[in-house]
Design a protein around this ligand. Structure first.
Ligand code: HEM
Length: 448
């Protein structure tokens, strides 16, 4: 049977269009994706070579199928499993199959609600001290401020008592440096020879090694101190594999800690930046958040109870992540031939799901480009949640969802209580790299 008969793929993007647009796509793929979806339908394909296809989709049925219903047949692509792990190690985010499952089972308990509740005071204190230095009454670039805040929240949740501020700075520097280089390698594959020859690959591998050493030193210090501290490191040191009763090796622990830093700080910083921008442009929404927080604080001093009552603030955060999902795209590859919606796809087909476009697909959302937090309240919320993937879906859904929601609600609440936010940009700019990174998003903070 010929390939064409056996397999069928979504409408194809012509190879001429693909090459014509290549440079623009490299700079910012999002406007191109929108155009292709409008022209070709909710999924389209690109033929690579003789019989290989790439599919890009904004179709909810396809997202559900590959992430939830038949997730066993879909592994992460090479981009996530091979390239990311080259510098970042083999942790939860970059592993697949049995080893991933073993690690997920081991680490999941550290993120259970009960455990998060134990971390919440520490998270809140870190946020307060980060916001102490917030520059007032003049425009500031939000992302670097939110990035420091989110990094330190993860760092202090992992290593509560470590006083090694200089080590934290260095770890942050290395993670960002290595991540930027990785993006260069992925986006400019034709320059691989130059990156190698000019010593850049070697330099970044040695930075990655330095990072391992820094984290190892912090772990060794903790082990030597024999202190019982209620932080994530303690939970990760105490957790045991079900079958052997053993804990993780130090090497594995270092890789998992790196993944938590990477997965946990930029995503949260992006979401907070976009949310502050939206609040700064929508004073009536900001007022409602302020009213909600004031009302809640008059009812209880208990932070967990306060968080549980932040219905409107959570709706604002959800609507912000609908419009600007920090993890804007994900991908998978199928292990075996499969029927995907009405298509028949060959094994090893690369399938991307653009959460950015799914979250704005007019088939699922009314006025999709408008900021309407009420979509995430009451009855409307049930409907909206079916098409909403800020944290992914299925067994590989974000392990830090609860952590991120606590952190974001507490940050927004602390800021709105103290300040009136005014945006300095009407339109938000971003750069879709591994995450959807805000660019020059400015706001001013005026004391209430
Ligand atoms: C607003 C903040 C966050 C967003 C939007 C976000 C989003 C996501 C998404 C979409 C995935 C799934 C990717 C896929 O299926 O391909 C994911 C996975 C993951 N996230 Fe998050 N995340 C956030 C915060 C965090 C935090 C705070 C942590 C940890 C402290 C974290 C740790 C992880 C880990 C370890 C994974 C891999 C899970 C696995 O594959 O088993 N994330 N995240």
């Amino acid at each position: 049977m010929s390939n064409n008969v056996k397999y069928s793929y979504p409408n194809k993007l012509s190879i001429i269009r693909f090459f014509k647009d290549a440079e623009g796509v490299r700079k910012n793929p999002i406007p191109f994706h929108r155009r292709y979806f409008e022209k070709l339908g909710d999924s389209f394909s690109i033929r690579i070579g003789f019989s290989k296809y790439i599919i890009l989709s904004r179709d909810n049925e396809i997202a559900q199928y590959i992430l939830v219903k038949n997730q066993k047949n879909y592994h992460k692509s090479k981009f996530q499993s091979v390239y990311l792990s080259k510098y970042l190690g083999k942790g939860l985010l970059t592993n697949d199959g049995d080893f991933w499952l073993k690690q997920r089972r081991l680490i999941q308990p550290a993120f259970h609600k009960q455990k998060m509740n134990q971390l919440v005071d520490n998270i809140n204190t870190t946020i307060t001290s980060e916001l102490d230095d917030l520059i007032e009454e003049k425009p500031i670039d939000l992302f670097p401020v939110m990035s420091n805040l989110a990094f330190n929240v993860v760092a202090k949740s992992l290593f509560q008592l470590s006083t090694a501020e200089d080590k934290f700075h260095r770890i942050k520097f290395i993670i960002e440096e290595v991540q930027n280089f990785l993006i260069k390698e992925i986006r400019l594959p034709h320059k691989a020879w130059w990156f190698s020859l000019s010593g850049q690959v070697k330099k970044h591998l040695s930075l990655a090694e330095e990072n391992n050493k820094l984290i190892q030193e912090i772990i060794e210090e903790r082990k030597a101190s024999n202190e019982e501290i209620n932080d994530l490191l303690n939970m990760l040191l105490e957790t045991r594999y079900e079958d052997t009763g053993e804990g993780m090796t130090v090497e594995q622990l270092i890789d998992e800690i790196k993944v938590l830093f990477i997965a946990g700080h930029e995503t949260t910083a992006n979401a907070l930046t976009f949310t502050l921008h939206l609040l700064g442009n929508n004073p009536e929404v900001q007022q409602k958040v302020f009213d909600e927080i004031s009302e809640i604080e008059s009812q209880t001093d208990n932070i967990i109870e306060q968080l549980q009552k932040m219905t409107y603030t959570s709706a604002v955060l959800n609507e912000s992540m609908r419009l600007f999902p920090p993890a804007w795209i994900t991908d998978r590859q199928n292990l075996e031939d499969d029927s995907l919606a009405q298509f028949k796809i060959k094994k090893d087909t690369l399938i991307g799901v653009s959460f950015y476009e799914l979250h704005r697909n007019p088939k699922y959302w009314n006025n999709p480009d408008e900021f309407i937090p009420d979509r995430f309240l009451g009855e409307q919320k049930k409907e909206s949640m079916q098409y909403f993937y800020p944290f992914g879906a299925g067994p590989r859904m974000c392990i830090g969802t609860g952590f991120a929601i606590y952190e974001m609600c507490l940050t927004i609440s602390q800021i709105v209580k103290k300040y009136v936010i005014k945006s300095n940009n009407d339109v938000v700019q971003f750069n879709p790299l591994i995450t959807l990174k805000p660019v020059n998003v400015e706001a001013s903070f005026f004391k209430r």
